[in-house]
Design a protein around this ligand. Structure first.
Ligand code: SAM
Length: 308
């Protein structure tokens, strides 16, 4: 950029006003028109010149384009910084500032009005990008550095996510294929703190009081004796350790035996609460956390409890 050209660009009071405004806030052509009270073609031709001289940048947002003073302009050219920060007694200086403040305030109010209107519906409505998957990924980042046993872990989809933050994750499964598959996947993902053990929910291959969290996700209904599996979870937990059971609420879909190899057709809410208490746990909570929209309308129970 030639200095003489820059000085020539700056020698126009409208362009100087624009640069001063764009240094404070990114603005669209329509907003500049409103502040400067000038026609669109005049504003556009000034903006074109400022852009060609690399003094402003533009950003597309939908149908609108927003312009802003380039970050490096003031640091590269001390005299521009001075020209833009200098107080001036020219009459437009103050009116530009109040018009800019009005526009910024109006933008804020527009956004507030939108959220005021949708506030009641926001929890139920579609919010772009707010998926349970995204929320799940965020929540997995909150996992503390603890030792977890995933009982009936399958290929380890949940365990792999837990292992990103946990100290150690031990996956127990009675299917040799699952153990092989899960071990390979963990290795490929470089999860050295995720270990698979071939074993049974009802005879967990771990020593007593060795883990902080016992997880059973969609595995309890596969146990021959669920109460024995819960007693095993209790045994391997350290005092103060947590139990999490995610399972199906009792249903009538008998085909699940043949389709998914299920042994129990889910559990009643009270039934699961009682079984967890009988295994020795304290403070059990059993809630329905999801209802499928497709037939046979499976419902999911989430149970949590603590080994006192
Ligand atoms: C529906 S999958 C759930 C996998 C995983 N927990 C999940 O939520 O994605 C059930 C898993 O439990 C395992 N399983 C079934 N009976 C078991 C038992 N008695 N002991 C250990 N694992 C068992 C199966 O091999 C299978 O991998």
């Amino acid at each position: 950029m030639k200095i003489t050209e820059v000085l020539q660009v700056l020698s126009d009071s409208t362009r100087l006003r624009m640069l001063r405004l764009l240094g404070q806030e990114e603005l669209s052509v329509a907003e500049l028109q409103e502040i400067l009270e000038m026609g669109q073609s005049r504003i556009s031709s000034h903006l074109g010149l400022l852009r060609r001289n690399n003094l402003v940048s533009d950003r597309k947002d939908g149908k609108r384009t927003y312009y802003a003073l380039r970050d490096e302009v003031c640091s590269n050219y001390g005299f521009i910084r001075m020209a833009l920060s200098e107080e001036s007694d020219e009459e437009f200086w103050e009116s530009d500032q109040s018009a800019l403040a009005r526009i910024v305030d109006r933008r804020r109010r527009e956004s507030e009005r939108y959220f005021d209107e949708v506030a009641e519906r926001l929890g139920k409505n579609y919010v772009p990008g707010r998926t349970w998957e995204a929320i799940g990924h965020f929540l997995f980042r909150l996992v503390p550095p603890i030792t977890i046993v995933d009982l009936g872990a399958g290929e380890g989809m949940i365990s792999q996510l837990l292992a990103e933050r946990a100290k150690k994750v031990i996956c127990v499964d009675s299917s040799k294929s699952m153990v092989r598959l899960g071990t390979d996947l963990a290795k490929r993902k470089g999860l050295s703190n995720l270990e698979y053990k071939y074993g049974d929910l009802e005879k967990v291959p771990l020593s007593s009081k060795s883990v902080d969290l016992a997880l059973m996700s969609q595995s309890l209904h596969h146990a021959q004796k669920p109460e024995v599996a819960l007693a095993e979870a209790f045994r391997v937990l350290k005092p103060g350790g947590q139990l999490i059971v995610i399972d199906l609420k009792k249903h009538q879909f008998e085909k699940a035996r043949e389709l998914y190899g299920d042994h129990w057709m889910g559990f009643g809410q009270n039934e699961l609460y009682r079984m967890i208490g009988d295994a020795g746990f304290r403070g059990a909570k059993v809630e329905i956390v999801a209802k499928e929209k497709k037939k046979p309308f499976f419902e999911t129970l989430l149970a949590t409890a603590e080994k006192a």
